[in-house]
Design a protein around this ligand. Sequence first.
Ligand code: 5RP
Length: 221
Amino acid sequence: MSFTQDELKQQVANAAINYVKSGIIGVGTGSTANYFIDALAEIKHKIDGAVASSEATSNRLKSHGIEVFDLNDINGMDIYVDGADEITEHMHMLKGGGGALTREKIVAANAKEFICICDESKYVSVLGKFPLPVEVLPMAKSYVARELTKLGGQPELRDFTTDNGNIILDVHELKIIDPIEIEIKINQIVGVVTNGLFAVRPADTLLLATDNGVKTIKKGA
Ligand code: 5RP
């Protein structure tokens, strides 16, 4: 049986609901995360609320009557559920297609378990076919673009302003052989807020929707 990408996203979002027990849930951003939010609404009586990784996610949670907490008012959370643009067998992810990478990384850092929900088109052997998003303070745009070019990338300014009031440079043609090294290196460029590599803190659990059902892959397995 073959499913559309949207059907696979919906199936994997539904599967993630099994991980929701109680308390406060960290919620990602994007179309897969949106399916998760809609499924979460069905069991909202089980949880206290959520922490959102973007204004868009916050609005969608609130529209379902799910309380949205400020991250500074809570003491961490058990799970963070989010999609990705690419993920490898090592659970290293490339994220930020929706431009929410910085808040996603912050919320994820506060969760005991990062549950990545993806359709199988996102499962890759090497990261970087999808351009790497880098959130940058506006005044540092040209400097950071030059530094990214020195690393072998081709930065392109996205017509977008982040929830934090910054710009995004999408970096094409980067060879991401060692995602941890590149994540750290790019984050050290002055003016970079963060980049879309989630390798220093990878996912713990990957739920991968395939035409043969949703597979569960654990870090280190
Ligand atoms: C947003 C993200 C998303 O998780 C990523 O872009 C995947 O999105 P989608 O579920 O729509 O394919 O990182 O910043």
